[in-house]
Structure formats: C-alpha cells, structure tokens
Write a protein that binds this ligand. Sequence first.
Ligand SMILES: *Cc1c(COP(=O)(O)O)cnc(C)c1O
Length: 485
Amino acid sequence: MKEYPGTTGLILNEPLLWEKGKRGRCGFSMPQRDVDSFPVNEGLIGDGPEFPDLSEVDVVRHYTRLSQWNFAVDSGMYPLGSCTMKYNPKTNERQAAQPGFAAAHPMLHPDLSQGILQLMYDLEQYLVEITGMDAASLQPAAGAHGELAGMLLFYAYHQSKGSPRSKIIVPDTAHGTNPASAALCGYKPTPLKSSASGILAPDDVAAVMDEQTAGIMVTNPNTLGLFEENIKKISDIVHAKGGLVYGDGANMNAIMGVTDMGAIGIDVLHLNLHKTFSTPHGGGGPGSGPVCVLKHLEPFLPVPRVIQQGDRYLLSENFPESIGKLHAFNGNVGVLVKAYSYIRSLGAENLKKVSQLAVLNANYIKEQLKDTFELAYDRPCMHECVFSDKRQQAHKVTTLDMVKRLMDYGFHPPTIYFPLVVPGAIMIEPTETESKEDIDLFVQSLKAISREASENPQLLTEAPTRCRRRRLDETAAARKPCLTG
Ligand SMILES: *Cc1c(COP(=O)(O)O)cnc(C)c1O
C-alpha cells in the first residue's frame, strides 16, 4: 500500500490484487448450505498461494483500470508505420464470434462444415481477385509465415526444374522478415541497395541476378512507403534468368483494387489479413498471412486445400507436389471470417477507396510536415511517409525524444529508426480510418514539438511527463526484465 489510491488527474494507479485484498471481503453471496459441512483434505489443497479476499467492485475496478492503461486504435490514432494500425469495424468481430463459426470444430465431417468451407473457398477467390493472382492458401498464420511459405514454394518450383538454386536477392528496402524467411529455407540473401530515389534500379538487379539465384523478394510498396515503379522491368530481368519474384504484400492497404500484382510480374505474394483486412493486431493475437500465387506455382501450395465438387466443398490432400502442411488444420479461421466479412461489407469499389484514402492521408501528412522535418525522399508516397530528425539534431534532440514527447500530446509514437536506410527515421502511417480533424491535430502536435526542440529542448529529452510512467530505461527493461509487477 505505497502509491495508491493515488491519482494524477484521473490517471488511476492500481496495486496488485494481493496488495488490495482485505481479510473477510467477499465478491459474492453463497446460498444457505443445506448439507453438513465436511472437512477438506489438507493434502489436496497443499501450500499453494493464498488468494486475496476481494469485493466485486474491487475486482471490476482493478481490471477496468488495467485495461485503461492500454493504448489502442479504439482509443486514439496509432500512426505506426509498416504496421497498418487501422480501425477495425466491430461488425467483423461480431460475425467471427457467431457460434456457427466460433464453435465449429476442424475435425467435423465436411458435410457438417459446408458453410465455413465455402467461406474459405470464396475468400481465396476474393483475395486472388484483389491481388490479380491465380490461387491462394489461407494457412500461413502471419506475414513472416507467408514469406516462409513463399520461399518453400520457390524451392519446390526450382527443385521441380532440376535445381533448387541457392541465393535470393533482398533489397535494403525490404521488410526485415524477408531475409530471415529466405535464410530459414537455406537460401543465402544477396543484399541489394536501393537507388538515390528510394526505389530499385533495374540495372542493379541485373548486375546481381544469375542462374544460382532463385529470385528476388520485393516489398511493394517498399518500407520507405514508395511504389517500386520499375517492378515490371525488374520482374522481366529475374524471369529471363529463370528466377521468380516474391512480392511482400503486407502493405496491400496502399494498392487494393489499384495494382494487379500478377500483371506486374509477381509470382508469389503474401497478404497480412491482420493489417489490411480487419483483424486487430499488435498484441500477439492470431493473424493470417495468406499466400497467393500464379498458375505455375499452384501445384506446390500447402495442403489441405478447399476444393469445390459440384455444389459441395471438400478438403483435399491430393496434391502430390505440395510443400505440405504449414499450420494445424486450416489456419487461423477466426481471422479469415473477419476478412471475409470486411471484404463483403465494403465491396470492390470501397476496397479501392480504402487504398485511395490511405494514400491521400499519408501524402497530406507528408506535405503538411515537410517544412518542419527532413523528408527522406521528397516524392509522392503511398500509405506511409518517412521523415528524420536531421534538422532537430542541431538542438541535440533525437527522434526518440520527439516521439516520447508525442505521447504527452496524446498520440502513440510512429515507427522509429526503421527503415534502416534512413538514419533517425520517423515513419508515419495514418491509414484511411483517421479523420482530417485527427490528422490535423497530429500534425499540429508534431509542429509544436519541433518548436519545443529549438525553444526548450529539455521538454523533449525528459518526455513523457504527462503519462502514467516517465521515460523508461529501455536497455535495463530489455536486459533485466522485472516480470513480477
Ligand atoms: C508487417 C510486415 C511483415 C511481417 O508480418 P507479420 O505478420 O508481423 O509476420 C512483413 N512485411 C511487411 C512489409 C510488413 O509490413
């Protein structure tokens, strides 16, 4: 009983339940006993922890307060670049929670699972249509898992042609998971520098592409938020040497209904349903990273696959060239239901509008802030834009100081120090779900912070000061974690 019932404004502190309990308090009333009491065998209970005695209101306030310490998309703007922290309509949660979906057992006979099988079949078709690919697997559980699937597909394809090859080209603007996924499959990543304009130059790809190289992994739009404008030429160069092109499509939020990924030369693409298609993420909950492929890679897709026979849907393992299973049963099906619901409730026109608004919002922020912060690449961006702390360094203020201060203004910090190609990067992804008013408030806050950097830098180096916790020692937190509260 040290700090509480302390309050700072209405930021409520909260002790552990053990510190809060009082002997004899009770959260419920038992009905009068109508049988004789019987002594419990002490041996059965043992010397376990003594549980605190708490009233109902103690418990309700405890958990409500803890829940309010979380920052979430439901409480405010969360402009974390490369993450697409957008608002997810609640109706999609409601659909996934319907007992017919939530309580469906994966081992039920297909005759009793026609609804969910059809939903998965249709969702594959929708994703294929949205991306311009030919076939999909819904099994991978996350983006990086989709990449792993993609690399296994590359391997199986090249193996079927006589040699799996040994290398993969990975540009410096690819997501960090890309080289890791390639290496996990035994491929040696060949690093490739992006050009001065932040995108890949075809000549640079041609210089490293050879017949030992299985292909290239391109994040498009890349981690600078820029569209790889030379992608078609790059794909042609890679294909000419027998290679394949992997598209990291985690950022599909920027190009849905606009870019045909198959037509620009992508052979395998993964999507992040938990970014673009309405599953909340960030807390380690289930995600989904479907892989979409062109025809020539379809035979290698993971099994089981949902197939249609007449008007029935079945699960089939009968794909002899398949890379096998990637996930128990059929992937994270709850996430699939949300994506299906999201796609059906928006429809084709509005999915396209999602991307148009996401891109508009990012470009608006870029234009509003480019006189205040150094813009790494001054050209139209896609769904996110990347600034740096180059100008504020004159006042000995860093990116970290500025985003900590942003918390005092009520915003979750953007992604920082990533991508690595921009020193001191501040990567902002507003998403399409933020209103102009909220974006303006965000812009004004960052402008105010830049003014503070020159007038009173201490405000920044000591930030945050208006949050429940002041600046944490992040090194100690990582090296000596205190896990007991
Ligand atoms: C988020 C992201 C990934 C990784 O997705 P996970 O679901 O976190 O594994 C890969 N590539 C890009 C471009 C991303 O933004």
